[in-house]
Design a protein around this ligand. Sequence first.
Ligand SMILES: N[C@@H](CCC[C@H](N)C(=O)O)C(=O)O
Length: 277
Amino acid sequence: MLYTKGHGTGNDFVIVPDPDGALLLTPERVARLCDRRFGIGADGVLRVVRAAKDADGAAFAADAEWFMDYRNSDGSIAEMCGNGVRVFARYLIASGLATPGPEGLPVATRAGVVVALVEGDEIRVHMRSPRVYAASTAAVGPLTFPGVAVDCGNPHLVCVLHDGLELPSLDLSTPPGHDPALFTAGVNVEFVVPREPVDGADLHVAMRVHERGSGETLSCGSGALAVGAAALRDAGLATGVVAVDVLGGRLTVTHDEADRWWLAGPAVLVASGEVLD
Ligand SMILES: N[C@@H](CCC[C@H](N)C(=O)O)C(=O)O
């Protein structure tokens, strides 16, 4: 099995080409590939398959040739991966499997079709609109944080830290407690603090994330989208640009006048090889 390794702001992926859907990618195999000691090491796997050749992708085959089959590092399946989709688009282009048209490159995901636009080192993706829909809480050790549930195709819980609490003080080595009745399929939890204004953005925040199925990661693109949506809402802004600092760099979330949501950030391929096991 051939692979390429890539990352978006340090959220890293093993990319596995499987154009005709011939590969049997069991949860155990995914977990082995993602193991940082016994495998290649990654936060997740991106299987590159023609939409028409995949049971979940087929519904989108009329609108996108390629389906991003995303798996978390524990082998579980997720609907969306905002960093993954940029790295996936970078891989399609670099490997000659796709060429972006004037409107960009459509990529099918379990949460629908998104469109990627290459802008030098960055890739900007027209994402599915995030939906802020409920209040909830997350627990970290003895602390309970109020937050809001945000649906980005995959589930998120965004908690803004108060009382001068800073991000490094949180122990995210185990999953934050959450309401299983609201998040029946688990949840990605983002913790957020405001930051000083930066050029080109209406709002600037920093976040840490504990991802469902992968643990704490250096970045989560759909999480940044959820954070951007919650931040604009809290600020009373209908549209705007939010700079979201993650441990692995910076992502930019934009809600434009045409009611489109964009996620922008780097997408880097770092190595290719063959899996021997
Ligand atoms: N890191 C991703 C999100 C990956 C999926 C997530 N862990 C889930 O289970 O929903 C991103 O960049 O969005």
